[in-house]
Ligand binder design. Structure first.
Ligand SMILES: NC(=O)c1ccc[n+]([C@@H]2O[C@H](COP(=O)([O-])OP(=O)(O)OC[C@H]3O[C@@H](n4cnc5c(N)ncnc54)[C@H](O)[C@@H]3O)[C@@H](O)[C@H]2O)c1
Length: 255
């Protein structure tokens, strides 16, 4: 029985789907109690079902919320503390992607991507950090960046900008929170098989061309990102902070 997170309580946003769902399930596998948050209640119910099937006896609390709203995010942290006891880990994973050529981006689309991917992470990190500082027992914050937070990619200006912001938000928060023994790191995945990428993966010609950029010559699986989140949530990473952990089959090693 894996036990890297026994005794830890975690919030995972984006827990209704893809990588967030895989992280919630991996945290449960390792013995954590998890509050899974998402705006998609149906997806959360599916995660709760999988938690029951795979990790009987584990504690998974479903919480519907919009990470772009401060009141929602503060209520999420308050509920985690009320139902789980205290907060040890915040995994801010919820995100969206919209593709446009730069000259065609509409303001509303730009704002939406920045709002969810960057402002939402800021709100989650700050609410978690305030709670962790109050508890006085350190903590772990894990943000979702991307390889697109370390380099550009065509037709993804808003997404790249949001993820670049998350990479620097991570480093900035890590500096300020070190005195409280709170580590702040981010995940920087490459191309991972999730509903977000279903269309790209289904387009055989496109994906084969894309995979020429990836030394492993395959897409990553959500569970492969989730196992890295387990490391960042666990005591194994106690001296790691401000770090973007790249999970990309070698994609950006090529550049
Ligand atoms: N799939 C990839 O290749 C990949 C690569 C790098 C980074 N990422 C990042 O990983 C994260 C998860 O992506 P995924 O591929 O699992 O996508 P996904 O679409 O499967 O999951 C994203 C989840 O975020 C939730 N969400 C979106 N906006 C929200 C909001 N305002 N409030 C609460 N929840 C909200 C959605 O409901 C969904 O459940 C995203 O931040 C994405 O940018 C994904």
């Amino acid at each position: 029985m894996p036990d890297l997170l026994v005794g830890k309580n975690a919030i995972v946003t984006g827990a209704a789907s893809g990588i967030g769902q895989a992280i919630a399930l991996a945290f449960l596998r390792e013995g954590a109690k998890v509050l899974g948050a998402d705006r998609n209640a149906t997806g959360l119910a599916e995660t709760a079902k999988q938690a029951d099937e795979r990790h009987a006896g584990s504690t998974f609390v479903s919480h519907t919320c919009d990470v772009t709203k401060r009141t929602d995010v503060e209520a999420m942290v308050a509920r985690a503390v009320a139902e789980l006891g205290q907060l040890d880990v915040m995994a801010a994973i919820a995100g969206v992607a919209l593709e446009h050529d730069f000259v065609d981006i509409e303001d509303a689309d730009w704002r939406h991507v920045i709002d969810v991917n960057l402002h939402g992470v800021y709100l989650c990190d700050q609410a978690a950090a305030r709670q962790m500082v109050k508890q006085g027992a350190g903590g772990r914050i894990i943000n979702m960046s991307s390889v697109n937070g370390l380099m550009g990619e065509e037709e993804l200006a808003a997404y790249n900008t949001s993820k670049g912001g998350v990479t620097l938000l991570t480093k900035s928060a890590a500096i300020d929170l070190a005195k409280h023994e709170i580590t702040v790191n981010c995940l920087a995945p490459g191309y991972i098989r999730t509903p977000l990428n279903a269309e790209g993966i289904a387009d055989e010609e496109w994906i084969n061309e894309y995979l020429k950029r990836v030394p492993f010559r395959r897409v990553g699986e959500a569970e492969e990102v989730a196992d890295c989140a387990v490391f960042l949530a666990s005591d194994l990473s106690r001296y790691v902070t401000g770090h973007p952990l790249v999970v990309d089959g070698g994609q950006i090693a090529v550049i």
